[in-house]
Design a protein around this ligand. Structure first.
Ligand SMILES: Nc1ncnc2c1ncn2[C@@H]1O[C@H](COP(=O)(O)OP(=O)(O)OP(=O)(O)O)[C@@H](O)[C@H]1O
Length: 268
């Protein structure tokens, strides 16, 4: 049985003037596993995640290769069918959560509306589903949060609500792109804890980051990306303990350095 929820085959992305962005990208995401994609800024991580969601403007970018989601070739289905998959079975959580919410509408209405687009349920049922998930995640002040506008909440809190939404939607694959980068330490810890809990329950995820600490806390397998190419891949333990590539070693060392600096800061 094929237990890959996602298969990316020979993915190449370039600009229309032939400037290459990513080359020969091949990887699979297995059901109930977390794949980490790590690489420096500009290595092509976001381009890969957006191309999987079919969110890149094809007038600007030339994309070749195949992306199979649950066995279905998503580059060969209609926009309408892609719309049904995106946001329900396949979710992308981006670095800046503010852009994911409508600033003019309260959090509760947005969650209820999204749930009702994808499930045949009443407003009341959607409300209970939403608030139940927020409670399970220990968000705190859940009723109040449902009644708030996005701008009144911190980026970290909005990020946690986005994660809650993917849980409500029962997404088959969650792509988390630098979700812990631009948020406060408290919510970063909460998000990592939540992902760890979900991992225990068998979530399937792609975690994209430049931070080895996030990867080592969550990922089962890793892909290392450098300047648009995969330079190393394997299971997290092996890569962390025995990196083959100098670039991977540098990324790991940079993480240790940051940790040592933080420790010195705490001791000072
Ligand atoms: N809209 C765009 N037009 C042209 N080139 C782009 C565009 N967006 C990204 N690129 C180029 O594609 C390459 C990969 O960018 P990408 O955003 O995927 O990197 P990344 O690894 O996600 O970096 P970061 O961690 O900073 O988000 C970069 O060299 C960038 O210059």
């Amino acid at each position: 049985m094929n237990n890959n929820i996602l298969e990316v085959k020979e993915l190449n992305i370039s600009l229309q003037d032939d400037t290459s962005i990513v080359r020969n990208i091949n990887f699979n995401v297995k059901t109930n596993r977390i794949l980490g994609i790590i690489g420096e800024s500009g290595s092509g991580k976001t381009m890969i995640s957006k191309s999987i969601m079919r969110l890149l403007n094809t007038k600007k970018f030339h994309i070749t290769g195949q992306v199979l989601f649950d066995g279905q070739d998503i580059y060969n289905i209609s926009r309408k069918d892609m719309g049904k998959i995106r946001g329900r079975k396949l979710s992308l959580i981006l670095q800046n959560p503010m852009t994911a919410f409508d600033p003019m509408s309260k959090i509760g209405s947005q969650l209820i509306e999204t749930l009702r687009v994808h499930f045949n349920i009443t407003k009341k049922e959607a409300y209970h589903k939403a608030i139940g998930t927020l409670r399970k995640m220990n968000i705190g002040r859940e009723e109040e949060i449902m009644d708030n506008y996005p701008f009144t909440l911190s980026g970290g809190m909005l990020q946690r609500i986005m994660i809650a939404l993917t849980i409500m939607l029962e997404s088959r694959l969650i792509i988390a792109d630098e979700v812990t980068t631009a948020i406060d330490a408290f919510n970063k810890t909460k998000i990592l804890e939540e992902f760890k809990k979900l991992k225990g329950r068998g979530i399937t995820m792609m975690v994209i980051t430049h931070d080895f600490r996030v990867i080592s806390a969550l990922a089962d397998d890793i892909i290392v990306l450098k300047k648009g190419e995969i330079i190393e891949s394997g299971n997290t333990y092996d890569i962390f303990n025995n990196p083959k590539h100098g670039y991977t070693r540098k990324l790991i060392e940079a993480t240790n350095l940051i940790e040592t600096t933080n420790l010195i800061g705490e001791l000072a």
